[in-house]
Design a protein. Structure first.
Length: 420
């Protein structure tokens, strides 16, 4: 049997990379004072219909939705923001004195997409959400955190693209301009875009099929429709990025694939050679209005998410090796029945004292046990034979220097702790 299409098994050797990256992301989050939130992997379908938006590809085509035995419509979460906002409202986190509420999450998301490199049906997102502040400085903070998530792992070929989607008034004006622009060529657009024209014309700008249509190149840009507040907000975000030394390019066609965005929108791309067809590493933006749409008080919000899969791809494309230490501290080689029994007790003591230790469980000959120790990159090989047992000793071989010493068994733990 094989796992379902678009999923993967992470095996030992690879899981260590994931753990390393996840720890780095958690550490980064805590330095920015974001705290972890864990929400369920499935939610009521309505949450995503209302949160992500009925006209998005995610909701229309990509959700894993099923009816449970209680006849409820349930969906495996396709993203984290809607769930975080649902939880923020349900637990009245807006009532806490510490505002804005700064949260991060790491966990699997599910989208029924056509799998290819960097596009999975189950993938892991790390994301942050800051709720309760409409200060352009926090937009810059979230962007800074996103950029540093990559930079601190050593990535260099990064491109930050930003745009503003404006507030409701700006968007309404832009929407009308888009309708006026695309209506004369409606028949030439794909079926999806024809219905987007009525329901959500902004989505047309995100269409992959009609990307090369002439009308796409000449479509009115939201930036021309920003009212004074939106335009000044965007200028301030850029000014903060400037003082923080974060370089960016403005792309007026960046619209993002989810409906909840307004004002700041951004994506981070890899421009490393050999990265592959999908170059977007992460994306995010501001979503004032989402908390209210999900039944909470008017609360502004901004966040972003990246997938670990694409982050690891980017590391590979830039030939970055993570400093993962998989070495064992000790491998205990035992020869003879009595030694085997003693070895079990020694291994137990060493492990309890905090060392990474292993031994043979396959009745291997001495040479094969040494080979195993070598494969596991043990720093010390501890040899216990009949003679050692008779004298209450154990031979300790330092595999780096080749030096060997006999140590009194009782002093083994303190001896090793002193040098490891
Ligand atoms: P998104 O752009 O849909 O935004 O996804 C964010 C990131 O998740 C993408 O840039 C990509 O790295 C990764 N991703 C998405 N789909 C896949 C896939 N099928 N396979 C692998 N990686 C994938 C959101 O999800 C928003 N919730 C981000 C956000 C948070 N906005 C505000 N707060």
């Amino acid at each position: 049997m094989k796992g379902p299409r678009g999923t993967q098994d992470l095996l030992p050797g690879v899981t260590e990379k994931w753990q390393y990256v996840e720890e780095k992301l958690k550490d980064l989050s805590s330095r920015y004072n974001y705290h972890e939130i864990r929400t369920p992997i499935f939610e009521h379908t309505e949450l995503f219909q209302r949160g992500v938006g009925d006209t998005t590809d995610i909701v229309q085509k990509e959700m894993y939705t099923f009816t449970d035995k209680g006849d409820r419509s349930i969906t495996l979460r396709p993203e984290g923001t809607a769930s975080v906002v649902r939880s923020f409202v349900q637990h009245k986190l807006f009532g806490s004195p510490n505002q804005p509420t700064k949260l991060f999450y790491i966990g699997p998301m599910f989208r029924y997409e056509r799998p290819q490199q960097g596009r999975m049906r189950q993938f892991v997102q790390f994301g942050v959400e800051a709720l309760g502040s409409e200060d352009p400085a926090i937009d810059a903070e979230v962007i800074s955190l996103a950029m540093n998530a990559y930079k601190e792992l050593g990535l260099q070929s990064l491109k930050l693209v930003i745009n503003s989607l404006g507030d409701k008034e700006s968007r309404d004006n832009h929407r009308q301009a888009l309708i006026d622009h695309f209506t004369p060529v409606k028949e030439e657009l794909c079926g999806d875009c024809q219905s987007r024209l009525d329901k959500n014309p902004l989505r047309i700008l995100d269409c992959k099929k009609d990307r090369d249509h002439e009308a796409m190149q000449t479509a009115p840009s939201i930036l021309e429709y920003l009212n004074e507040y939106s335009s000044s907000y965007f200028e301030q975000v850029k000014a903060y990025l400037d003082v923080m030394g974060i370089s960016y390019v403005v792309d007026k066609n960046l619209v993002r694939g989810l409906d909840y965005y307004n004002h700041t929108a951004f994506e981070i791309m890899s421009d490393a050679e050999g990265f592959g067809a999908i170059t977007t590493l992460s994306g995010g933006g501001r979503y004032n209005g989402l908390v209210q749409d999900l039944g909470g008080p008017e609360t502004p919000g901004i966040g972003f998410a990246l997938s670990i899969e694409r982050l690891l791809m980017a590391l590979e494309a830039e030939n970055i090796e993570l400093p993962i230490d998989q070495r064992l501290d000790c491998y205990v080689v035992a020869l003879g029945d009595e030694a085997k029994i003693q070895a079990a007790s020694i291994v137990e003591q060493l492990r309890l004292s905090g060392m990474k230790v292993d031994k043979d469980y396959q009745d291997k000959k001495m040479k094969a046990q040494f080979k195993a120790a070598d494969r596991l990159k043990a720093r010390f090989v501890l040899v216990l034979g009949e003679e050692e047992i008779a004298n209450d000793l154990i031979a300790v071989k330092n595999m780096e220097s080749g030096e060997q010493e006999n140590i009194v068994l009782e002093q083994l733990v303190s001896y090793l702790k002193g040098i490891i």
